[in-house]
Design a protein around this ligand. Structure first.
Ligand code: SF4
Length: 444
């Protein structure tokens, strides 16, 4: 423990409140932030009243997310402004576009930090606490069974509905060795599955002089002893190369699970979204993935009701979902985001029509997911067990399907063979058959 004293109080008595919403990138940042504060001797609390450090890690991908952030900030204003309490409130993430301007707009917030600016947040806290930061490798806390490691930040695309590029900036790939070091440290602390994260992981390395790509990252992380599974997300149909497909298909620990947002099945809508590919290109990509891994699980994102989307164009999206039989569809009705190109266009699809279209796709995907999972009834599937929930073990198959089973033994972090006895569209239940050996050939 570093210098114990801070304003007369031992660090171990200081609590922090960390509120986090948004994508897996935000979750990974929140994990690293919490670990760094734990190493400083602080403890987490779910009650902001008890905390001296209040931290919000924000997301504004939809209006609803931004409303949540504004609501949370307002609810903490009195706590943050209480002179007697000696407390700080810091806001990080995609809500923060201009820290200086925001400080003027919200004077009760003690600091605004851009997405993933962990160094900025921590040095602000260290200065306020009057402590010397601990060395980077002081983190010793046990890791989760599945952990995420960011491989790049930002994005070079400019999809017309998306605020991310505006908030997270252009793509910055992390050095390969830094990624491998963080992943190896997490595996050494007990992680058995690593998910490589980026707004657009397939573009990894395009900004690096040495020209490494996602395939190189997969190969390097794959060699970490003790790692059982490797995943990557989120992909972009324009950057996913045949080399990435072939490498992911050939490496035993890489799960045959792809997060491949289509957003629409109509070329006019795709052009208006500036996605940079056609529906035919997307369908061909899915065909090539399934050629390389017939057992592939493919999840996608779909936006319905985008500016100008006609009934006929919507039907092309319905056809894409029907034809490609995804494992999961993350579905959203278009919402205007100030600061995006599309915000200047007429949001002309009425809310009730957006909702009708959303329900059409939701209903179709529920049928598809039900049928895909029902095909596994009676089958024995490999499940990496992550945690215990309401008396049942919870884990996932290589294609990211949720499986629950009951057993008195401790299965956390174990690869189990589970016979499926019940299936639903979003999860399955089974009985454990045995402990599976570590992967030697195809993904376990
Ligand atoms: S690829 Fe498009 S939707 Fe995804 S983060 Fe980049 S700009 Fe946003």
């Amino acid at each position: 423990m570093l210098r114990e004293r801070c304003g007369g109080l031992p660090l171990s008595s200081l609590k922090y409140y960390l509120w986090n919403i948004g994508c897996q990138m935000n979750q990974a940042d929140a994990r690293r932030l919490a670990e760094a504060l734990d190493v400083r001797g602080m403890t987490a609390t779910r009650s902001p009243e008890e905390a001296r450090v209040l931290l919000l890690n924000t997301c504004v991908v939809r209006q609803s997310a931004e409303d949540k952030v504004l609501g949370r900030m307002a609810s903490l204003q009195s706590l943050a402004s209480d002179p007697a309490a000696s407390r700080i409130l810091l806001v990080m993430g995609c809500f923060v576009d201009d820290p200086v301007l925001m400080a003027e707009r919200y004077p009760y917030v003690h600091g605004f930090f851009l997405p993933s600016d962990l160094r900025g947040v921590l040095s602000h806290i260290d200065a306020w606490l009057g402590v010397v930061p601990p060395s980077a490798d002081a983190v010793s806390a046990p890791a989760q069974v599945n952990e995420s490691v960011a491989i790049s930040y930002g994005c070079d695309h400019h999809c017309t509905y998306c605020i991310v590029t505006d908030r997270r900036g252009a793509q910055r790939s992390r050095p390969l060795q830094e990624i491998v070091r963080e992943a190896a440290d997490l595996v050494a602390r007990g992680a058995r599955e690593i998910t490589l994260l980026g707004q657009n992981v397939d573009a990894y390395g395009s900004d690096l002089p040495e020209g490494t790509d996602l395939a190189d990252v997969l190969c390097a992380v794959h060699e970490i002893p003790g790692l059982l599974r490797l995943r990557f997300l989120t992909s972009h149909p324009r950057e996913m190369s045949q080399r990435i497909i072939d490498t992911a298909a050939a490496l035993p620990k890489v799960c045959p699970s792809w997060e491949l947002p289509a957003q629409s099945g109509d070329d006019t809508v795709l052009r208006r979204m500036a996605r940079g590919y056609t529906s035919a290109h997307y369908r061909d990509l899915v065909r090539r993935i399934r050629e390389a891994r017939p057992d592939a699980g493919i999840n996608t994102d779909i936006i319905v009701g985008f500016c100008g989307e006609t009934e006929g164009q919507f039907e092309n999206t319905v056809a894409l979902v029907r034809d490609l039989c995804f494992d999961q569809v993350h579905l959203a009705a278009y919402s205007v985001r100030e600061g995006t190109a599309a915000a200047h266009w007429l949001d002309d699809v009425p809310p009730e029509e957006k909702e009708r279209r959303r329900l059409v796709i939701e209903g179709l995907q529920t049928e598809i997911a039900t049928a895909r999972n029902a095909a596994l009834l009676g089958e024995v599937v490999p499940v990496l067990v992550e945690s215990r929930q309401r008396g049942r073990w919870r884990g996932r198959t290589p294609t990211n399907k949720l499986v629950f089973f009951q057993d008195p033994a401790n299965w956390r972090g174990v690869l189990a063979d589970v016979r499926i006895t019940w299936t639903g569209p979003w999860s399955m239940i089974g009985e454990v058959v045995n402990k599976r050996d570590e992967p030697s050939d195809k993904t376990a």
